[in-house]
Write a protein that binds this ligand. Structure first.
Ligand SMILES: NC(=O)C1=CN([C@@H]2O[C@H](COP(=O)(O)OP(=O)(O)OC[C@H]3O[C@@H](n4cnc5c(N)ncnc54)[C@H](OP(=O)(O)O)[C@@H]3O)[C@@H](O)[C@H]2O)C=CC1
Ligand SMILES: CC(C)(CO)C(=O)C(=O)O
Length: 321
């Protein structure tokens, strides 16, 4: 049963309890920075060994301006009792439902759930657990490489955009932006959030899937004609399907972000490549696969994205997934 109350005029509590679900690369960066800014943060994950290490050693974040150490409170979902005021989802999309199932006892009448996860369909999944008026969705360009439990490297420019899914811009949303920005997370609101999400999907469909398929980081692909041609075709096809689905998209801007990542995130392993290297299943279904599904819905096809989906799935199978 979903718990709800009218929230449009409410503000965030003075010292909100922030729960980050998924203490991997992104969870540690966001949780660590929010914690360093003086917030009460609990990290939830599924691996007891990693949780123990994070509690003992804290988080180590390697950033452009140096490495910071932040004490951490990490736990299994069942060990956390205090309801979350803000629940930030940073599992891979394929674990969203399991993660939400495990934290249902932490979702109260005014808990706000934030997802900056990659891929399409995040809001739909979350809305099975939380009323739409309390869901915030968006994207992030923060590059995060997991080096070990609680140890993350993040280099290069980063920014994030989000909005409440109902596009009502309640007062607490401004508080949320301020909270993130006080932690130097560089977030902004964007009313055209479906355009933002589709643009990121088109970007990830090219960058993440090609890097996962080839094993290369963006910098290695710099200047390669075959990469440029393939990435262009992936983005172009995604843009056409997004537009046919009713979303406004600016192909040049998306392409600009791909070039930015090649230049500025040269050594970052896109999250899908990190999954392949760790022998995990990837988010290919929620990114390139979701473009293929969207194409079918509008009576079209997305052969380039379908082929890339097969290639990454093949890599998963070869990894035993
Ligand atoms: N890394 C990056 O640079 C970026 C990532 N993103 C997006 O952010 C999201 C998170 O990515 P990232 O941080 O890289 O992923 P990671 O795989 O590094 O971290 C996810 C964490 O969630 C844990 N987990 C799995 N299932 C559950 C569960 N049921 N409950 C709680 N925790 C769980 C995982 O544990 P285990 O490993 O044991 O499964 C892992 O520790 C993804 O959607 C990704 O696409 C967006 C922009 C950049
Ligand atoms: C960091 C970024 C934007 C790729 O450059 C990303 O989305 C990912 O790694 O999944």
């Amino acid at each position: 049963m979903m718990k709800t109350q009218n929230l449009s005029d409410t503000r965030l509590p003075e010292t909100p309890h922030i729960v980050v679900v998924g203490a991997g690369a992104m969870g540690c960066i966001f949780g660590g920075k929010l914690s360093q800014a003086g917030n009460r943060v609990t990290l939830i994950d599924v691996n007891p060994e990693q949780i123990k290490i994070m509690n003992e050693r804290g988080l180590m974040l390697e950033m452009d301006h140096g490495t910071i150490s932040v004490p951490a409170t990490a736990a299994l979902a069942t060990q956390v009792k205090e309801v979350a005021d803000i629940l930030i989802l940073f599992t891979k999309t394929l674990h969203t439902e399991a993660a939400l199932n495990s934290v249902q006892h932490l979702i109260g009448e005014s808990t706000i759930v934030v997802s900056l996860q990659n891929g399409l369909g995040n809001a739909e999944k979350i809305s099975r657990y939380v009323p739409q008026e309390r869901i915030v969705i968006g994207t992030t360009l923060v590059p995060a490489d997991l080096k070990g439990p609680g140890h993350v490297a993040s280099h290069g420019p980063s920014s994030s955009q989000f909005m409440d899914v109902e596009l009502k811009h309640p007062r607490w949303l401004d508080d949320l932006v301020e909270l993130f920005n006080q932690a130097e997370l560089n977030v902004s609101l964007n009313d055209s959030i479906m355009s933002v999400i589709w643009s990121k999907v088109a970007f990830n469909a090219a960058l993440n899937a090609i890097c996962a398929g080839t094993g290369a980081t963006p910098g290695v692909l710099d200047g390669d004609k075959a990469f440029q041609a393939l990435a262009h075709d992936v983005v172009h096809e995604a843009v056409i399907i997004g537009q046919l689905s009713g979303v406004e998209l600016d192909e040049a801007k998306i392409w600009g972000n791909v070039q930015m990542a090649i230049a500025e995130h040269a050594n970052h392993k896109p999250s899908m490549l990190q999954d392949i290297e760790a022998g995990r299943k990837t988010e290919i279904a929620a990114i390139n696969g979701a473009i293929v599904t969207a194409a079918e819905k509008v009576g079209s096809e997305a052969p380039v994205n379908r082929t890339l989906t097969y290639i990454v799935q093949l890599k998963e199978h070869l990894n035993g997934q």
